[in-house]
Design a protein around this ligand. Sequence first.
Ligand SMILES: *[C@@H]1O[C@H](CO)[C@@H](O)[C@H](O)[C@H]1NC(C)=O
Ligand SMILES: *[C@@H]1O[C@H](CO)[C@@H](O)[C@H](O)[C@H]1NC(C)=O
Length: 289
Amino acid sequence: MKPLLPLTLLTLGAHASCPRPVLKALTAAYVSAQTVGNHSFISTLGRSAPNFLYIENNAVLGDLSLSSLAVPIKPDFHRSIHDVEQCASVTEIIAATQEHPYVLHTRIIWQATPDNLAVSGISLIEAVVTDEGDWLFNATGTLNLNAGEKWDPIPVAQQESRAEIQLLGDWYFDRFGDVERGDVPWHAEPCYRLEGGLPARGTKRGEDCIHVMPASIRVPYRRYVVDEEMGAVDVFMGFPGLDRTQGQREMPDSHLFRVEGGKVRYCHTVSACVTAGCGIGEIDWPDRR
Ligand SMILES: *[C@@H]1O[C@H](CO)[C@@H](O)[C@H](O)[C@H]1NC(C)=O
Ligand SMILES: *[C@@H]1O[C@H](CO)[C@@H](O)[C@H](O)[C@H]1NC(C)=O
């Protein structure tokens, strides 16, 4: 494993609240730590924040040695988005080829020092960790479909504002509860959302792609991370209703959207069932970790 960055190197520019290069170094360090299952990196940064909280699939875990951070998860692919304004990041990890495959989205809120000159710790980590038995889980499928996608940085002149990007994420979830909201504008290519490891295909209609959705599901508890350079918003939320035995209980869920020119290009979802099966029929799911 590459040595992790000493904290003293993580000096921030005097004016920005959390410059992109600093956040990038930190998410790279997080990925290195997760690859070998070394939770000390996080423990150390967490201890220096007074109210550090680690949440995995909606459960607060006090002892990181019992969390997925202590499990080696070797990415076949990873991507991070960085929110300079909120000093936050989301990392998507696809581990398809190891014995126990995983796909996870991890949201981290980094804590800046009071003078905004350095990152002093981590206030929150929230991970949606999916593996076999979770909603449409297929790490190989995720890896293959992701390989055909292009998430290059958006040229400065074409970058959209935080509000414009976030709007598309909200539109998607608002539409689940209100048909009057209208169809989410979506590019005709590739016209799917990568839901778990399956392409949930929309219907091409002229220049657009229309996704059929229910209109009776209210999606609450939305937390956003926005990256203008990547044209990306990740929404962590509670997705209700899929577990019929539990009524309206919400699932831990993250949707990562790539927005280009006011329309969604890609959407990647991870949804942890917590109780096995998410109510998808009578299936014998393997034991949960
Ligand atoms: C785990 O990470 C810490 C830094 O946070 C480092 O000091 C330690 O050497 C690492 N351990 C391993 C086995 O990589
Ligand atoms: C997972 O996806 C791969 C690649 O698309 C496919 O070959 C495989 O059949 C899928 N597995 C399941 C269990 O659906």
